[in-house]
Design a protein around this ligand. Structure first.
Ligand code: ADP
Ligand code: MG
Length: 625
């Protein structure tokens, strides 16, 4: 019989399990039971679309049995079973496991804690067993197969005997050692306790043969022990329970059990509606970004149940894209069990539920923002970008809905602020909401363009994410105040020395024309700057497209080579201006050199690439010698 090796990642997980610490071990049962429940779900789910299958509730269950003497614990389910290939693929390789990916990132920080908190899967059986056998017969096949492993050495798969569809897992519980006892996992009371603790909401009966002490028949003082089958779990789902009877820990546990995420949610929302459409929902606002959140693979959606029966794992229609981070489930009595995906999209009830849910999420976020600012900032750090996409997408349809949830870094507060914060402290004469764009707050802090607006004492919002400016252009106004980039041609207020600017502009028109000629068509104009205080030059733009937008648009795959209309602004108070004038009069070559140098400097400050870095460094050398 060939012994196969585990894949590297699986091996790592396996080692982690074998060497786990005492307090985590009991969760192996939770893992095996939820796998069993998942397997029954799969049949349930299949029966919805496959007429040849009927789902008779009573014939689906999970059974746990312990044999103390032989140190055997069995978990049997009547679920979908596994084929030979599935045994191989599902139990031989567990690299897809999200918890593992998460673990490697946080290994140093959290140690082995992850085992206790999150779904770690099938291999957790090796925390308590030194030998694991999985005997399984898949739905639709005649042959059963047995997967067997003693851990690190690998595993074998051979044909086997099994009468009915489903899976039976046999654990050979480890012998006690000097430090560790494993006996408890064979004790009836302890197994019951673990099932209650972790798996009470499992929707299928978890049965166990338990010993009951009963009066002997016909006697009134003679007792005997009899074996009787009992269902251990209550099976009442959390969402059907009364909110008053539930604690935050219950909701957190549900979140972990359901594998909604590896984090602890920031908030849960428990909704029970008994109106035009009846439904229960438990929604979560996660704390951390799922590792695939901003990727193509991410699928939004809520679990959808029809009267307690899972009908869809990820019902996308229940969540708008801008709230795609929300996890959870919806159960409605008013939805038909046999509804197809296509029909679902047009279902009136579902639309009502979705609308309702979006409203609840919004109001919950507003409440967190109001009452628990720090928590909100944490949330916003993770998912703010999605909200901004929400403002931008669908031609701004949802902007009203989302504008109050936005936050940006403030130049004066040095922290994240809302648009409402900003507008409510605007001085009366200030006409616009000012913003500056750049790679990071540190870089924007040093942008010359911000100087004049900052000097006026006006607050500036820092846009550091690609989506920011696009979202704001879609928003256009907030509380009737327009947004204005500090780099835009007209800042919307009179600079104090406006008169001087005009004079300087006139007096030096020839010089500016000459510079413009030197720069050819790289800029639209060269002008006297009204905004610069200490820096010699900067680039500003005219028209709709800003420099930041040019950068983003040109980085897109369907690059249409869109250019911002750039203006090179010169600070006439700066020493270099005298040098420019001097060169203009005496030495055209020098003027050309200075002009390109200054232009390239302005590009660098903007974070734009300079066309010819070699020429640029040569130019610098020229002024040194
Ligand atoms: P997860 O449950 O997160 O997918 P596990 O390690 O718990 O990861 O299980 C791996 C896979 O093995 C499952 O996805 C499932 O396909 C299969 N599996 C495990 N236990 C059973 C079972 N009792 N019946 C059918 N398939 C199972
Ligand atoms: Mg599992």
């Amino acid at each position: 019989m060939e012994t196969k090796q585990f894949k590297a990642e699986s091996k790592r997980l396996l080692d982690m399990m074998i060497n786990s610490i005492y307090t985590h071990r009991e969760i192996f049962l939770r893992e095996l039971l939820s796998n069993a429940s998942d397997a029954i779900d799969k049949i349930y789910y299949k029966a919805l679309t496959d007429d040849s299958l009927t789902f008779d509730k009573d014939s689906y269950y999970i059974k746990v049995s312990a044999d103390k003497e032989n140190r055997i614990l069995k978990i049997l389910d009547t679920g979908i079973g596994m084929t030979k290939e599935e045994l191989e693929n599902n139990l031989g390789t567990i690299a897809k496991s999200g918890s593992l990916a998460f673990k490697s990132e946080n290994e140093a920080k959290d140690g082995f804690d992850i085992i206790g908190q999150f779904g770690v899967g099938f291999y957790s059986a090796f925390m308590v067993a030194d030998e694991v056998t999985v005997n399984s017969k898949a739905l639709g096949s005649d042959q059963a197969y047995k997967w067997e492993s003693k851990g690190a050495e690998g595993y074998t798969i051979v044909p086997s005997e099994k009468d009915s569809i489903g899976t039976e897992i046999t654990l050979k519980i480890k012998e006690n050692t000097e430090d560790d006892s494993y006996d408890e996992y064979l004790e009836e009371y302890r197994i019951k306790e673990i099932i209650k603790k972790y798996s009470d909401f499992i929707r299928y009966p978890i049965k166990m043969d338990v010993t009951e002490t009963k009066l002997k028949e016909g006697s009134d003082n003679d007792y005997e022990d009899v074996q009787a089958e009992q269902t251990i779990n209550s099976m009442v789902p959390l969402w059907r329970k009364n909110k008053k009877d539930l604690t935050k820990a219950d909701y957190d546990q549900f979140y972990a059990e359901k594998h909604y995420g590896f984090d602890k949610p920031i908030k849960h929302i428990h909704i029970s509606v008994d109106g035009a459409v009846r439904y229960n929902a438990i929604l979560y606002i996660p704390e951390k970004i799922p590792f695939d959140y901003y990727s193509q693979e991410f699928e939004k959606g809520l679990e959808l149940y029809s009267n307690g029966v899972l009908i869809m794992n990820k019902c996308a229609d229940l969540l708008p894209d801008y709230f795609s981070f929300v996890k959870g489930m919806v159960d409605s009595e008013d939805l038909s069990l046999n509804i197809s995906r296509e029909m679902l999209q047009h279902d009136r009830q579902l639309k009502l539920i979705a609308k309702n849910i979006a409203k609840k999420i919004k109001s919950e976020l507003v409440t967190i923002l109001k009452n628990e600012r720090e928590k909100y900032e944490e949330f916003y750090h993770s998912f703010g970008r999605q909200l901004k996409y929400g403002v931008y997408s669908d031609y701004g349809t949802h902007k009203e809905e989302l504008q109050d949830l936005l936050m940006f870094y403030s130049s004066t507060e040095k922290k994240m602020v809302t648009l409402d914060d900003y507008v409510s402290r605007m001085p009366e004469e200030q006409r616009y909401i000012y913003y500056a764009t750049g790679e990071s707050t540190e870089r924007i802090d040093k942008l010359p363009q911000t100087e004049l607006v900052a000097d006026k004492g006006y607050e500036i919002l820092y846009f550091t994410e690609e989506i920011d400016e696009f979202a704001i252009k879609m928003l256009m106004t907030y509380k009737e105040k327009e947004f204005k980039s500090v780099s835009s041609g007209d800042l919307g207020f009179e600079a104090d020395d406006n008169q001087n600017t005009a004079t300087e502009e006139k007096e030096n028109q020839e010089l500016f024309d000459a510079m413009n000629n030197i720069l050819n068509d790289k800029v639209k104009a060269v002008r006297v700057s009204k905004r610069l205080k200490s820096h010699p030059v900067c680039l500003t733009t005219e028209g709709e497209v800003s420099i930041e937008m040019e950068k983003i648009l040109n980085a897109m795959p369907n690059n249409q080579n869109i250019k911002a209309d750039k203006v090179l602004e010169i600070n006439v108070q700066h020493g270099v201006f005298e040098s420019l004038k001097d060169a203009f009069e005496k030495d055209q070559e020098k003027l050309a050199l200075y002009t390109t140098l200054l232009y390239n400097q302005a590009l660098l400050i903007e974070g734009l690439p300079i066309e010819d870095p070699v020429e640029f460094t040569n130019d610098i050398c020229k002024i040194m010698i």
